[in-house]
Write a protein that binds this ligand. Structure first.
Ligand SMILES: Cc1cc2nc3c(=O)[nH]c(=O)nc-3n(C[C@H](O)[C@H](O)[C@H](O)COP(=O)(O)OP(=O)(O)OC[C@H]3O[C@@H](n4cnc5c(N)ncnc54)[C@H](O)[C@@H]3O)c2cc1C
Length: 417
């Protein structure tokens, strides 16, 4: 049995972020990850898992760059990513307007484009520089036992860790919430999308582009290494393509945007059906749930991982405060749940609304949408930019101003969890 202060379950981006915040504060932590190793997952994973690994978040928003800056990692991210400072919105005929991120943040006036595997790679490499943090791969957590003064987590290989608290970041398909008796509400939306990364031969540079057309939406984002991500809305009623199915993304891009892509220039492809899910509660006893383990939202708008980063930072800050006796457990956990649910609901509503507006098809609906978007971008462009950059999500950095009532004035070990 290993003893530590905190166990983090899952070494995805959110678990690694939690580990960095703990490590930065000098808190002892062990991260338990079920994958054999980072590269092992790439080399050994089945096709679907590999797709999962490579297909997801590509936008790191300014509030997340603030959080990364807080743990000394912003520069590494800035060096690896592409700074998308402008988004351009079109309908099928013309440009409707521009979203300029220049004014949204004093240091990070852009959305940083970097594929999720790149984000995970930076976070995982940098964790080796945290002397109080250890990451163990190939150890799926199977059993959790809560006790009065701690928590024991046991893995498939029979090894167990005892800790004061655990931050669970085991993703959308993790099993620990259910094992803790917490229910999850889930909903799958009707829209279907297909995406691919292409060698970028366009003149779009570092700009993000969105096309809202009667035939469906197209999104296009810059990526490092002269690549560009193209995402197309599939015609309504289309089944979700499997890994081996052929989807003529290049034809859809050409019909809807006029850009010609070389089908041979694809470096990777995947499809997705947006979902929304949320745990009924984000904590139980000494367990705090963060990231996709606690909630998922439509990827349109690129907020899921960013919301998870903010969960991780607050969870780790509260746990650290609890460990050094500054915070009252019961109040701190209730605050975590309230603050994060507020932020999650705001982000998920926006993701849904953005997807809803973007996926309207047919001429009459598209005509109305074009007028509304045109007027919004002419009259409220700075607000739209703040909205897309997640600068107006409530409680986006709740740990920066913890309420005074969370401070514990008595014996920290007697306070309720
Ligand atoms: C198509 C798509 C596009 C997206 N685009 C964006 C975007 O542009 N921007 C954005 O912000 N978000 C985006 N997202 C969402 C983003 O990918 C997720 O929010 C993010 O991966 C969540 O990270 P996580 O660490 O919470 O979970 P995960 O990345 O799922 O990591 C969970 C980890 O826990 C491990 N694990 C699971 N069970 C156990 C166990 N029992 N014991 C030990 N380890 C365990 C897993 O192996 C995994 O490594 C997108 C998602 C999808 C599907």
């Amino acid at each position: 049995m290993t003893n530590t202060a905190v166990v983090v379950v899952g070494a995805g981006p959110v678990g690694l972020m939690a580990a960095h915040v703990l490590g930065h504060k000098g808190v002892e932590a062990i991260v338990l990850e079920r994958r054999e190793s980072r590269t092992g997952r790439l080399e050994c994973a089945r096709a679907t898992e590999e797709i999962d690994l490579r297909s997801r978040a590509i936008g790191v928003m300014p509030p997340s760059l603030d959080l990364l800056d807080g743990v000394g990692l912003a520069d590494e991210f800035l060096c690896a990513g592409v700074r998308a400072a402008t988004g351009v919105v079109h309908d099928e005929r013309s440009e409707l307007g521009r979203i300029d991120f220049q004014g949204v943040h004093p240091r990070f006036p852009f959305v940083l484009a970097i594929p999720q595997w790149g984000t995970e790679s930076i976070l995982a490499s940098a964790i080796t520089g945290r002397p109080t943090v250890e990451v163990r791969y190939g150890v799926p957590v199977e059993k959790v036992m809560q006790e009065a003064d701690g928590i024991t987590l046991c893995c498939r290989d029979g090894s167990c860790c005892r800790a004061r608290y655990a931050i669970v970041c085991d993703g959308a398909h993790g099993s620990l919430a259910q094992a803790a008796g917490i229910s999850r509400r889930e909903k799958t939306y009707r829209a279907r999308f297909f995406m691919a990364d292409h060698h970028d031969l366009t003149n779009l540079g570092d700009e993000a582009h969105l096309w809202f057309t009667p035939g469906g939406a197209v999104e296009s984002f810059p990526l490092p290494a002269s690549l560009r991500r193209w995402i197309v809305q599939l015609p309504s009623g289309s089944p979700l393509p499997g890994p081996e199915d052929h989807v003529d993304l290049e034809r859809m891009v050409n019909t809807r945007t006029g850009y010609t892509l070389d089908p041979g220039g694809r470096t990777w492809q995947s499809s997705f059906a947006p979902q929304r899910s949320e745990l009924s509660r984000f904590h139980r006893g000494r367990l705090l749930f963060a990231g996709d383990a606690a909630h998922t939202m439509s990827p349109i708008g690129g907020q899921g991982m960013n919301t998870g980063f903010a969960d991780a930072e607050l969870a780790a800050t509260l746990v650290a405060g609890r460990l050094d006796g500054r915070l009252n457990g019961g109040d701190a956990w209730a605050y975590y749940e309230r603050a994060r649910k507020r932020a999650v609901h705001a982000a998920a509503r926006r993701a849904w609304a953005g997807m809803r507006v973007g996926t309207i098809t047919g001429r009459p609906g598209s005509w109305v949408r074009s007028r509304v978007v045109f007027v919004a971008l002419r009259t409220a462009a700075p607000l739209v930019a703040r909205h897309f950059a997640m600068m107006s999500i409530p409680m986006r950095q709740a740990s920066a101003r913890l309420p005074r009532r969370l401070t514990h004035h008595g014996d920290p070990h007697k306070a309720a969890e």
